[in-house]
Design a binder for this molecule. Structure first.
Ligand SMILES: [Zn+2]
Ligand SMILES: [Zn+2]
Length: 342
């Protein structure tokens, strides 16, 4: 079969590899129908963040091709969403609902499809077939009214946007929200969309990038330019999101978090330790959440909210590229790139 591999910084290639095979009763083989590019995928391939070569892609909607003898909940031919983090559903962490910390699948960068050895060598989504462990636990039925083009975006970045504001707004109904972008393309915008849809009293979006500010405004946010670098702080909000990827942006976001407010950082900081304004955070009682999202934990909620029309992920522009052009399309600029199989 063919899979798209990261070969070297800036270089992708289609490669012929052996088909994966079912080797345990709980597994399934799936055929990706559409694959979205995660905000991390572009720097990962452009800059070579993890050692290659490895098959890329981890935001996907699939058709089930074959199931092991123990699989009950899905059948061949069915369309399904796959959380981007493999988990077993049966270990102590999974039983507590902490699927991203699954003890069965551990990896240096956290278990994930499409990350190569850093993610535990689980195969990539831009491929003819992918082996999914614990299929009954992992595969989620995809409602027919949700197109594959949109559905594939849900597994990672849309879920990441939800977890940055959704549980916080359920706990603090009607709170105001400040999202600080700049690191990647889409997660901050998805956070804006959920914040508006879930009834935040006001939503502001700060980003040096004018195109993302324009999109945020169409989603219902007040867009804030950042003309002279990150300010010391913005006007404070009860719920804040850091997606700046810049230590100064993170510090500004923390200082912009209201007394007893909560800040969630969804950006990655690769460059070593990052200073925090801890005395201010202590004095004002600011909580900082730092983690990867937990795809399996949030995906069903996200599917339900999208189904109820709380937020339409298609409101963040999607650039569709033909599957065959993946090796070049994967590196092109786009807020959300989706590879679509014919
Ligand atoms: Zn991702
Ligand atoms: Zn587990």
């Amino acid at each position: 079969m063919r899979e798209l591999q990261y070969r070297a910084p800036g270089e992708l290639a289609w490669c012929e590899v052996a088909e994966p095979r079912i080797s345990a009763p709980g597994q399934a083989l799936v055929r990706p129908l559409a694959v979205a590019r995660c905000d991390l995928d572009l720097p990962m391939v452009r800059d070579g963040l993890f050692p290659g070569p490895f098959p890329v892609g981890h935001e996907m909607v699939v058709e089930v091709a074959e199931v092991g003898s123990g699989v009950r909940s899905v059948q061949p031919g069915q369309r399904a969403l796959v959380p981007f983090q493999p988990s077993c559903g049966a270990c102590a962490s999974c039983l507590r609902g902490r699927f991203a910390a699954c003890a069965t699948y551990r990896a240096p960068a956290g278990a994930a499809f499409g990350f190569g050895p850093a993610g535990g060598d689980h195969g990539g989504a831009v491929a003819d077939l992918l082996l999914v462990p614990a299929a009954d636990h992992l595969l989620l039925a995809t409602p027919p009214e949700l197109s594959s083009t949109v559905a594939c975006t849900l597994a990672d970045n849309v879920s990441d946007g939800y977890r940055a504001v959704g549980p916080q707004l359920l706990e603090r109904p009607g709170a105001d929200v400040l999202v600080v972008g700049g690191y990647g393309q889409s997660i901050g915008l998805y956070a804006v969309g959920f914040a508006v849809g879930m009834g935040a009293s006001s939503v502001r979006y700060a980003d040096p990038d004018p195109e993302r500010r324009r999109i945020a405004a169409t989603l219902g946010a007040e867009a804030l330019a950042v003309p002279d670098g990150w300010p010391r702080r913005f006007d404070r909000a009860e719920i804040t999101v850091d997606f700046s990827g810049d230590p100064l942006g993170l510090a500004a976001t923390l200082r912009s978090t209201r007394d007893n407010g909560v800040c969630t950082s969804v950006a990655l900081y690769f460059g070593g330790d990052v200073p925090l304004p801890l005395l201010e955070m202590y004095t004002r009682g600011c909580t900082l959440n730092v983690s990867r999202t937990d795809s399996r934990a949030h995906l069903a909620t996200v599917l339900a909210l999208v189904g109820q029309g709380v937020f339409d992920p298609a409101a963040v522009p999607i650039t569709v590229a033909p599957w065959e052009q993946a090796a070049t399309a994967w590196l092109q600029p786009a807020v959300k790139l989706v590879l679509q199989r014919p």
